[in-house]
Design a protein around this ligand. Structure first.
Ligand SMILES: [Zn+2]
Ligand SMILES: [Zn+2]
Length: 281
């Protein structure tokens, strides 16, 4: 009996009982057991009662918003976790988005590194947005650091101009990061005289009322930091509120019984993602 069960299971795992459909209408046959064991999100989709009336038709899973080849590579990865450098080069950002949406941790880790290793001044702003969207803090930090060191060049890119028009909050985040990094740099090291000098500059900043146009070094940066500290209480409240709204949103999409959780997530994320991707082409 045990042998029979084992044999049956092996047979099943070779069988394609679902079909994945891409934006380009490619049909990729796959085995539900393998998909489910690799992705909790796919488990949800597969375990949901099928809408189709007949038992004969194969279950359909739509993976939209990314190139067909990226979906094929993604599915292949679920079967056996390997990825060539070429695939990473061409579809790293798409695979990162897929790995995030479908919660495939191993792939996400690989893509975070792979995309991070290939980030350039030309695409760093887009990758930064993707990192935020995909909740990839390592990649985010890597992008921030690159933007900081190459800011003069990054400022000239299409990505930066797009960001300035469409995402002023992210722009603010970046400028804040750069200011903070500059301050850390001068705060951290130096002899006693340097430290005295910095204290003096800080003191100046605290009494300067024209810090935006002031030519004294670090005046504006210290001013901003001072304001930031003052606003800390408000900021904390604000952050808590944002987190609550975000988790309420996540909860409502989790509890949506009629619409599929992952479809909802994928749709929202895909929309953002497509916007980013359009700029990358
Ligand atoms: Zn010194
Ligand atoms: Zn000043």
């Amino acid at each position: 009996m045990a042998i029979l069960t084992a044999t049956k299971h092996d047979g099943d795992s070779l069988n394609a009982d679902v079909v994945i459909i891409t934006t380009g209408r490619r049909r990729i046959p796959a085995n539900s057991g393998i998909l489910a064991s690799a992705s909790p999100v796919l488990t949800n989709i597969i375990e949901k009662p099928s809408k189709s009336n007949g038992g004969s038709s194969k279950r359909v899973i739509k993976i939209l918003g990314v190139p067909c080849d990226a979906v094929s590579i993604f599915v292949r990865f679920l079967y056996s976790p390997s990825l060539t450098e070429k695939e990473m080069e061409k579809y790293g950002i798409h695979l990162l988005a897929l790995s995030h949406v479908y919660m495939v941790a191993q792939l996400k880790q690989r893509c975070t590194k792979g995309v991070g290793a290939r980030v350039t001044v030309e695409n760093v702003v887009d990758v930064l947005q993707l990192a935020r969207l995909c909740d990839a803090p390592d990649l985010w930090l890597k992008c921030m650091r690159l933007i900081h060191t190459k800011f003069k060049t990054v400022e000239q890119t299409e990505g930066w101009k797009f960001l300035q028009e469409h995402d002023p909050f992210l722009e603010l985040d970046i400028l804040q990061f750069i200011d903070d990094a500059e301050l850390k740099r001068v705060d951290g090291k130096g002899c006693l005289r340097c430290k005295r000098m910095i204290q003096l500059l800080r003191l100046h900043s605290s009494v300067c009322d024209q810090s935006e146009s002031c030519r004294v070094p670090l005046c504006r940066q210290f001013k901003k930091r001072g304001e930031k500290e003052k606003k800390m209480v408000e900021d904390t409240k604000w952050k808590v509120l944002v987190r609550r709204v975000a988790s309420a949103k996540a909860m409502s999409s989790l509890s949506q019984s009629k619409k599929n959780k992952s479809e909802v997530l994928l749709k929202e994320e895909a929309e953002d993602f497509i916007r980013i991707r359009k700029k990358l082409i």
